[in-house]
Ligand binder design. Sequence first.
Ligand SMILES: C[S@@+](CC[C@H](N)C(=O)[O-])C[C@H]1O[C@@H](n2cnc3c(N)ncnc32)[C@H](O)[C@@H]1O
Length: 224
Amino acid sequence: MQRLAEYRVFWRQFREQYHTTGAVLPSGRALSRALAHYVRTADTAHVGRARRILEVGPGTGAVTSQIVRDMRADDHLTMVERNDQFVSHLRNEIDTAIDFQPARDRINLVHSGLEELPQEQHYDLIISGLPLNNFSVDLVDCLLGKMKQLLAPGGILSFFEYVAIRRAKAIVSPASDRQRLRGIEQILNNLLAGAEVRRDLVLTNVPPAWVHHVCPKRLSEAAS
Ligand SMILES: C[S@@+](CC[C@H](N)C(=O)[O-])C[C@H]1O[C@@H](n2cnc3c(N)ncnc32)[C@H](O)[C@@H]1O
């Protein structure tokens, strides 16, 4: 019943806010688990201390439930979501859903775009659900730049994209859009080059997805 309500909210936002919602369905269990890999797995840099975790674009909270399940007792989760309907759905979930209760005092929901999130806080883990392939090249550059700035040294950014999505979109797109998709691919390739620490293929999601985990500040530190 709760799942059905979640799907209904998601489907309505897919129709009304396709550009920023970017998916027909919330992420499935296997994709959520892959995205939360580093919440569950102790990374040597983060052992023995509370971690700050940021989720970007939580939507109806499908991945959030997994993150909360995997969080350690003193970890803190901030979510940033721009869509009004998702924010009110999430507020209700945080107050009432059993999944959220163990961590309720350590969860903070910010109603804004990632672009406006203050920069004073740094995060050990950032998990992004942003539909980057729907955005302009400049916006993708700005959003990824912001996430890199928000990462603490040694921090890990985890994000997903649907398998072959750019190729599929390019087939049905006009030339200007193909150029936009090539620009996004270039930015993502630059981000992944040398900084990708893990990659998971989730075939059981609808649609199947790649999950990328990158540690960009490890690279810049090694270079300096
Ligand atoms: C593909 S949905 C993912 C939802 C959820 N994480 C999941 O996997 O089921 C993308 C989410 O990103 C949010 N979003 C899009 N642009 C955003 C931005 N600039 N800042 C914060 N959230 C944004 C959308 O409102 C939506 O909730």
